[in-house]
Design a protein around this ligand. Sequence first.
Ligand code: GDP
Length: 328
Amino acid sequence: MQKRLTAEEYIAGIISGNRIILSRAITLIESQLENDRTIAQKVLEKILPYTGKGIRIGITGVPGVGKSTFIEAFGKYLTAINKKIAVLAIDPSSQRTKGSIMGDKTRMEELAHDDSAYIRPSPSGNTLGGVANKTRETMLLCEAAGFEVVIIETVGVGQSETVVKGMVDFFLLLMLSGAGDELQGIKRGIMEMADAISITKADGDNCKNAKNARMEYIHALHLFPPFLNNWYPPVLTCSALEKKGLFEIWQVIISFENQMKKNGYWKKNRQEQSLNWMHDYIKQYLELQFFSDKNVKENFKSISDQVLSEMILPIQGANLLLEKHFTS
Ligand code: GDP
């Protein structure tokens, strides 16, 4: 393993925008070792004043919708207008299978070679909550290193959208045309989270389908209750292949930012996210403490067996184990 730097060296390197040190700091954050966690904590505390100024964008959609092609094209568009962008990912599959729906190296190759872009694959972890916290911390490091737009990508198949929604300012849902909602596995709840929807692959023969799909989604969104922040999610079309619709999506994001900053929702959203983050930490900390407790470990199997054989109720089993922990 590469030698760790001191907290001060990480901090100075990140703030000066040194990408190699940024990458090493992210590796530090992903580490489970106690000692690394202590240094990571110190680094995070010190870089905090340099964070929070940019825009955090979440992007989701089912596999095949064109996320990585879109992010590459959109990313290139942003770097061309002199934005520095970081792309992070939360991949719910990587915690289960160690494989990844999104994480192969060949994705976004062109963007990866752009000096104004930084791409980091999804961290692995045992729980989605754990992965989410590491991604949040990584986002802060990227901001401190001068990346003004942070894109967090996730696959639209389940809980990870809620997690991403909970850490970004703006949430973009990519949709295919010509496939029903059920086919795309997009739940109504995910559509309700979107600040904008864009129909992908609006090129060639598919242009007409994309336009029709756009109208359908405009109608579908009308049925949802309006957001508290008074924002009406627009539906757009784009083609990453032909680099169309990228400017329009960026304009929507800018006007969202302006409007939310004016009506106070930008700040309010970030404040709520901070509180949720604190809660998440506490939950994770307690869970870790509980399951690594010697008394819990010793009794876990026998109590689980009693639950399995219906000798006791699950709640009784839980209470017995909690007693083992809190009275030890
Ligand atoms: P992801 O799984 O959501 O990341 O999707 P990919 O970006 O890997 O794209 C899935 C497939 O759709 C690939 O074969 C792409 O070449 C294709 N694709 C992506 N964007 C476009 C587009 O704008 N137009 C067309 N025609 N095809 C696209």
